[in-house]
Ligand binder design. Sequence first.
Ligand SMILES: [Zn+2]
Length: 642
Amino acid sequence: MKRSLAAIAICSLAFPVAVLAASAGPDAVAATPPMATPQDRPYGGEIHLAVDTTDVERRIVHVHERLSGVTPNLVLLYPKWLPGNHAPTGPIERLAGLKITANGAQVLWRRDPVDIYAFRVQAPAGVKSIDIDFDYLSPTSAKVGPPEMSGNMLILIWNTVVLYPAGYYARQIPVEATLTLPEGWKFGSALEMDSTGGTRTTFKPVSLETLIDSPVYAGRYAARLDLDPTGKVPVSLDLFADRSASLVVKPEQLEAHRALVQQAYKLFASHHYAHYDFLYSLSEEVTQKGLEHQQSSENGASPDSFTDWDKLAFHRELLPHEFTHSWNGKFRRPADLWTPNYNVPMQNSLLWVYEGQTTYWGFVLAARSGLWTKQDALDQFAIDTAYYEALTGAQWRALQDTTNDPIINYRRPMSWRDFQRFEDYYHEGAMIWLDADTLIRERSQGKRSLDDFARAFFGINDGSVTVVTYTFNDLVKALNAVEPYDWARFFHQRLDAVAKPAPLDGVRRGGYRLIFTDTPSEFQKGRDDSLKHANLMFSIGLDIDNKDGTVTGTIWDSPAFKANITEGTQILAVNGAAYSGEVLKNAVTEARSTKAPIELILKNGDRFRVARIEYYDGLHYPHLERDVSVPARFDDIVAARK
Ligand SMILES: [Zn+2]
């Protein structure tokens, strides 16, 4: 608001006549009446929220809400800006059947035409409480949206099933919630139970902020594992699966998850929850999420995660990542990202800390806990190093600008992911933190590290769940207290510049160098096999879905790009043979000696064509190789803390 007024003032000084004179054409219509901005004062009533999930086969959630403390000109809001999504992704299109009554009489509502998440309610004078009924239409298939419910389990995210009064901080609105589940289902949540009878559970009253940060996972096949049997604060792994066979967890697998909790405590030296629940779906029927909350997290993986443990290493940084968020992102939150309620826009300028450093600690804690081996961590960094070394998007777009990606294009498919850039603050962010960690270690001759920063920055207010925000300057100050250095310049060089070299200093200073061989690491092979993809990104420049040969990504400026092969193209044949991942890989290898282009028959819609890829360098897969001239700082970083 202030900026645009200032701009008009400057314009009118320079061009007074042009700005002030009326011109031909329509006039702008008046804006809609302003909405009450959130105030930090107690809401004078409460929300009684009753959610019924028993209509699970139809994926319809029935919601009844009794709102007391109603005042004239009530505006009800449906949460729009979702924490963890960093984006205006509240699924307003799934709210249906809205009916509001007061003392049994219907009350009219009208949606604000500009802010379609706001409902203006015309309650009669003197009415103090209203009843609100609506249905949340959870997706019936993946075509409509990520499935949240199946005949065997459900994910209940409270922001999808609540309307709340405008004008208050979310932490000032009390909610008493009840939840009805299908017969015989168990649930997990950070919420505390007040009472339970049959299928209906009443939770202890909480603020709207705590409710929305405390989703529920429930299901027919469930197991609850204690991850800190001797600790003062309970931490549990709440498993929900499509079938009971997926719930078998071996002792060594449980041990690694328990070690994750202890390694996190050694790193952060605090906790910021009353108890913590890893809500974990092992399912192909509901979406496989990763979403952080302060006292719980939403996690999803393949049903085979525990039974096919050795092949699925790549996925095991998920829990370390989401657990780290309890400290980095939830307890300590960027000041411009924190909002008083869910309908005030978020700003994402520090996501390279919120997500970048969390990605870094996710990798490190995965290795320190034994969920990963050291080699797994090296192989992950090898993939990222190779990707960012080749990234063409960095030629035009600074890393800082990618922090807007959740708002620009929240995880919708993209045609040119590497040239457009896609949320690079996660993995390029992690490389910057490896750079910072190894720099602190080098400058302090091994006496200090990023662990010291983590303890100082996240280890404050042990036991408190109250959010503490921070700015860029707070971050720089905290790093300076660990290791005096021009950290502001360090970050600006890596965040704001375009066409800069890839951030590879951390790997080099960690004692490794990037090499390519014709064989993928076990880690990468596990990932590609699990996704059923042929990954030829670092050779011909293609990533292909092996189920039918459809290209899922083409690297900009790669040999495949030059042959006009784009995302969505189907590869039918390779050098005259029907497509398979192996046939294509063999052709890439053979072209090395034959020096003949790889000939593909392609299909786009109803159109067939032949393309020739001119590439003769063979298969290329990234690895990190030890450089003995530099101390093995990376090995120290990923070693378990005693
Ligand atoms: Zn994250």
